[in-house]
Design a protein around this ligand. Structure first.
Ligand SMILES: [Ca+2]
Length: 90
């Protein structure tokens, strides 16, 4: 069962185990290097975090909904960093 907490925890584990810094993770998943994570790039992040394929679509929408403060439906570095900081302290 993937609760919000377990999903965020899996993302945290992915970032801390496979990358030296959150910035490195961000750059890895920003495949087109435009400095923003779009939905397809978030889906890859969720896949790598071992989030079930059944819920990846909804989770990526929720992440955009929750962390895209500029409203462009993309997660930029600032928004990503804020999300990571939130995960770390929760
Ligand atoms: Ca991108």
């Amino acid at each position: 069962m993937d609760t919000k907490e377990s999903i965020l925890n899996k993302i945290r584990i992915l970032i801390t185990n496979q990358f030296e810094t959150p910035q490195q993770a961000f750059e890895f998943f920003d495949e087109d290097s435009d400095g923003k994570l779009k939905k397809s790039e978030l889906l890859k992040l969720l896949k790598n975090a071992e989030i079930s394929g059944f819920i990846r679509g909804i989770v990526s929408s929720k992440l955009i909904e929750g962390y895209d403060t500029s409203g462009d439906e993309l997660i930029d570095w600032k928004e990503f960093k804020a999300a990571i900081d939130k995960i770390k302290t929760s």
